[in-house]
Write a protein that binds this ligand. Sequence first.
Ligand SMILES: Nc1ncnc2c1ncn2[C@@H]1O[C@H](COP(=O)(O)OP(=O)(O)OP(=O)(O)O)[C@@H](O)[C@H]1O
Length: 546
Amino acid sequence: MSQKRRAPDSPVAERPTPAKRPSIQDPRHPGVHRFRGCSHISSYRVMGKLGEGTFGLVTKAQDTRNNQLVALKQFTVTNEKEGFPITALREIKYLKQLRHPNVIPLLEMVVEKPTRSKDGQKRGSIMMVTPYMHHDLSGLLENPSVQFSERQIKCYLQQLLKGIQYLHGNNILHRDIKAANLLINNKGILQIADFGLARRFDEPPPKPGSGGGVAFRQYTGNVVTRWYRAPELCLGERNYTTSVDIWGVGCVFAEMKKGRPILPGNTDTHQIELIFQLCGPPNERTMPGWEKLPDARLVRSFGNCQRTLEAQFNVLGSSGVALLSDLLKLDPRTRVNAMDALDHEYFRVEPLPAKPAELPAFEDSHELDRRKRAGQKPLPPAPAGGTVGVGPSADWSGHMGEPMPYHMNGNGRHVRPAPPPPERRPAWMKDTRETRDVRVPPPMDGGMRGPPDHRRGGVIKGDKDKTDTYIPSYRNDGGRPPPRDDPRDWREDRRHDRPRDDSRGGRPGGGIGGDRNRERDPRDRERDREQRERDRERERAREWRR
Ligand SMILES: Nc1ncnc2c1ncn2[C@@H]1O[C@H](COP(=O)(O)OP(=O)(O)OP(=O)(O)O)[C@@H](O)[C@H]1O
């Protein structure tokens, strides 16, 4: 079996894959074998809901074996046609490999026995177990009694940059950096979570003084939650680099100061508009080559706006504004990289960053609390991943000897599902130009240790152009009505959602150019359609859970 070799100094390389991973006896269920790194839900006492992701719930629980508080991120298989979420496979794969104080560790996996539902189908759950973190940054910032000090912001930003430096140094793009994916505990430790959109990149890791470098190949463009999307992604760039994560870091830095997301775009077009209102218009000096990007046409009507970054964030002081401006450079090639940002003067001038242990403890707060608070603008839609269709004879049992797709039986056999026939393909696989090359993630190995062999994964069809084939699409926020097709409704919606911050400039009617000039972006319409399908699917999943 081939094993991917990594540089000896790479943290990812430290753990060799054991030749054999025998199953172990479950002490609570004599005679039942469990896979190493995998336990039964009965080992946990479930305590309450923390968040609701695209494919399932995140709940708080206590490990009854050692009383440790944990979070269970559940992936429910609700529809045999749709199968197991690709995002989950990716997340598990990467978290198994990564070890860093500022990256959430995967403690183990938990399986819940499938039960037969009313319609006669067997459905089970697979859960990721991570240490319980008291807050996510989004929830914490929403807490009206929380006001970050300068030292606290520096402390969190430093930890975030260290985590990002580690990921990029190990050739991993996160592709969904946002406040809701940064977990914080009451010891002041920040950890990056949610690796559902992460992927390896082929280019050399960033070097000091050379920004994010240059990408030699294309990746999927539809990544990163809209409010945190870098301008090159908004303009359709697919040869992107680690700089897309750095833009997210810049947004989070500014959000910590402002107390709310700084670029809350309602549509992709609106997002670009907000970016240029903050950073100034693109031109050959600020963003060389921007006019050649596929969606550059979206810019024309508001390309003459004024930069407001310095005026808006002068409260950060000169070194803080300088760092923010380096993180939010329109040009991805000159956008600072994580290691250079860590070396920035901002972290050396008074007040110096607080030590994590010096930070105050707060009442627990998560993204869900934000949703509960009345009058809050809903979180932006997160790109959602697809699923691996498993076909009509799928069995999601976790028992030995009954193979699951990408099963985790640790006996060295890997089952790669065939692509579902066209009529059984889930909605996200249909009518999308990118679905022609759906990359099958590598099969999971049995234990929780050792990097999986990436070469064992494959591509269902045509990986010739070396395009990243992950196909996310925006999902709607939980409980939110599906987006409307009627452009009048859409404008109405935008007017209400727009921040009432007159200092940002722009003409009456919302934004530079006003409503008159806005046309509904066909990509938004397509996304809305996908969202509606996804909503229907989620509704069915909720029904089933009830
Ligand atoms: N280890 C943890 N401790 C405490 N809360 C957690 C933990 N992991 C996740 N959460 C909470 O659950 C929320 C959703 O988690 P996560 O982002 O991993 O799920 P997701 O399905 O990928 O969500 P989305 O689809 O919105 O990106 C987080 O914002 C956080 O509030």
